[in-house]
Write a protein that binds this ligand. Sequence first.
Ligand code: IMP
Ligand code: MG
Length: 178
Amino acid sequence: MHNDVKEVLISEEEIAAKVLEIASAISEKYKGKPLLVIGVLKGANVFVADLIRKIDIPMTLDFMAISSYGASTVSSGAVRILKDLDEDIKGMHVVVVEDIIDTGLTLSYLTKNLKSRGALSIEICTLLDKPERRTAPIEVHYKGFDIPDEFVVGYGIDFAEKFRNLPYVGVLKPEAYA
Ligand code: IMP
Ligand code: MG
């Protein structure tokens, strides 16, 4: 598996330091407030698992699954809710946690959808951002790293469902896509 990686873009250590930084900012901001963290499946699973263990205020966790790329590396533009939240978000301060923002289509749809459900506030947290690729405007409140317009895998992020278990973020060798 590691043999398929051309380059490590962000190491485990760099990710861990950033997770702590973001978790501290969230803990500070939502002290004394009802906080709901929403992980966007499946890609944000690893990030959200690490992040919530560094948030040191009371909070609840829920998940949504949204359709994105399927087995291709090109966005289909189609956004579908595959799994909805288990709990009502009315009266909650929501932080949506994503693995990576590319065009922004997924999150722009999702935030509109969540706003209509009566949350007190909605903020966006993403591990990775490809700002050059943005077509839908979104405000990102907590960001791990800006990355160039390259297809990345690892730390929860897949290519055709594989490589989610890499502990770092990397770029694959061309032959790994074959
Ligand atoms: P957006 O709607 O174009 O912003 O796409 C966001 C989603 O596309 C992410 O949550 C990922 O699931 C997927 N995605 C975007 N870029 C990459 C990448 O470089 N590697 C793997 N998945 C990606
Ligand atoms: Mg995703």
